[in-house]
Design a binder for this molecule. Structure first.
Ligand SMILES: *[C@@H]1O[C@H](CO)[C@@H](O)[C@H](O)[C@H]1NC(C)=O
Ligand SMILES: *[C@@H]1O[C@H](CO)[C@@H](O)[C@H](O)[C@H]1NC(C)=O
Ligand SMILES: *[C@@H]1O[C@H](CO)[C@@H](O)[C@H](O)[C@H]1NC(C)=O
Ligand SMILES: *[C@@H]1O[C@H](CO)[C@@H](O)[C@H](O)[C@H]1NC(C)=O
Ligand SMILES: *[C@@H]1O[C@H](CO)[C@@H](O)[C@H](O)[C@H]1NC(C)=O
Length: 396
């Protein structure tokens, strides 16, 4: 077969662009601010748009509330925070109530597509409850505009759909321009147990943990190798839907936010927390699933965080605003005035009230002056002022 040179060059460029898009290369820290910001959207539970009503909103709001309120909130929060990436942590659609799951997904993700923002999604336990399988739902997501979501890693057998990673590189013009200085991992935490003797929700399987372990180890190796070899690993953030059993190991001194319902983990522990602790680079885990919990707690150097429920067709609590979690990572300046690796990672929540109120600001992780890591345990607990709501299970 005869292929002329310009065709070959075109084809090569196409491959390069395709590979870059697939790997999320191109996401990088801002070279003015040294910041990278992620908005997490948990549990939109989107169905059919305007015809789909809201759950648990004040009675006088019932008649005027629909999925479009979820869309409005997404537009408002993006305009207020101007994030570099939006992450959807599952139950993006509520399959059982959608007449057309593809339409529901297109409506649910429409704001990030319309605003041309990079975005990534994983599945929850409700996304596949219409006639599309988990695989088909995830496949559709990976074909949508501006998404960095992928189905699964190439060439490895793995459980679930939507296990992938995204690398965030150093700023343009900095020594770390070609290195991933912040690593994001996305996993499918499943829906329900398929093992007869185990009831309840799904879990992160061994095959997924092996993929995570290999990916983390490879990223750390590259980061610590020439050129511009780094002493410590780049921090990692992990996103999935169903909380780990370890979310229950909080106490009053390492807890920010509220817990207003149980922690609906799988009924067994598949060991992913231990796998992350061993890997050594993960600083925080972000899930959804329990809409009335929005706390972060820390265990063995890893922050375990809920985003709180976002969607209006999802169960919630009337008078307790729908909310979202924002995470921002900041780079350090090296001795020669250039941008270096990540110095600190902060988080806060934004409420869908009149002011898009910011609450629960905290440092999730920061690098110590000697390169050692300092974990911040802010002794700050919260009583919600809104509508006189007082958190129930942990009182001051
Ligand atoms: C839903 O949106 C409508 C139209 O903007 C607004 O009037 C209503 O207050 C919103 N409802 C809630 C619960 O936010
Ligand atoms: C699913 O929808 C059907 C019909 O609308 C309803 O009867 C059923 O209870 C729903 N199931 C769940 C799990 O919500
Ligand atoms: C930011 O990027 C621009 C364009 O690549 C470059 O000219 C500039 O030197 C960079 N600034 C810093 C502080 O690295
Ligand atoms: C980054 O990679 C490009 C392309 O390979 C190369 O030209 C450049 O020198 C590299 N920059 C740094 C700081 O390593
Ligand atoms: C609370 O948890 C932290 C971190 O896990 C631990 O160091 C501390 O001893 C615990 N405090 C109580 C009162 O259990």
């Amino acid at each position: 077969m005869e292929i002329n040179l310009s065709n070959r060059i075109l084809f090569f460029c196409f491959l390069l662009i395709a590979t870059m898009a697939r790997r999320g290369v191109g996401l990088r820290f801002d070279n003015k601010s040294g910041e990278f910001k992620i908005v997490q959207v948990a549990d939109m539970h989107y169905a059919n748009g305007q015809s789909t009503g809201c759950l648990n909103v004040p009675l006088d709001q019932q008649a005027t509330c629909s999925d479009l309120n979820t869309t409005d909130f997404l537009y408002r929060i993006i305009r207020a925070e101007n994030p570099d990436l939006v992450v959807f942590t599952g139950d993006n659609i509520y399959g059982n109530d959608t007449t057309d799951p593809v339409k529901s997904m297109n409506m649910a993700f429409d704001p990030v597509v319309a605003l041309k923002l990079p975005w990534a999604a994983v599945l929850g336990n409700h996304d596949q409850e219409s006639y599309l399988s988990r695989e088909d739902v995830m496949r559709h997501i990976t074909t949508m505009p501006y998404t960095l979501s992928r189905l699964n890693p190439d060439g490895s057998e793995i459980d679930g759909y939507g296990n992938y990673n995204i690398e965030i590189s150093g700023p343009e013009g900095s020594p770390l321009v070609n290195k991933s200085v912040l690593n994001l991992y996305f996993l499918d935490s499943g829906d329900y147990s398929t093992v007869e003797s185990i009831h309840g929700y799904g879990w992160i399987k061994l095959s997924q943990q092996v993929w995570f372990q290999k990916t983390s180890s490879q990223l750390q190796k590259v980061y610590k190798s020439a050129p511009h070899e780094q002493k410590e690993s780049a921090p990692g953030l992990v996103y999935f839907h169903i909380p780990l059993p370890e979310y229950a190991s909080f106490n009053i001194s390492n807890f920010i936010g509220v817990k207003q319902e149980g922690i609906s983990s799988a009924s067994i522990n598949s060991g992913f927390f231990t796998t992350m602790v061993e890997a050594g680079d993960v600083k925080a885990v972000f899930t959804g699933h329990d809409h009335l919990n929005d706390f972060c707690t820390t265990l063995t150097g890893i922050q375990l965080c809920y985003a709180g429920g976002f969607g209006y067709h999802a169960y919630g609590k009337a008078g307790w605003p729908r909310r979202t979690s924002v995470v921002s990572a900041f780079l350090e300046k090296t001795a020669d005035g250039q941008w270096g690796g990540v110095k600190s990672i902060k988080t806060w929540k934004r409420l869908d009230d009149q002011y898009l109120s910011t609450i629960d600001s905290q440092v999730l992780w920061s690098k110590g002056p000697t390169g050692s890591e300092i974990h911040h345990h802010q002794h700050q607990h919260r009583i919600e002022g809104m509508q006189g709501y007082i958190k129930e299970e942990l009182s001051l």
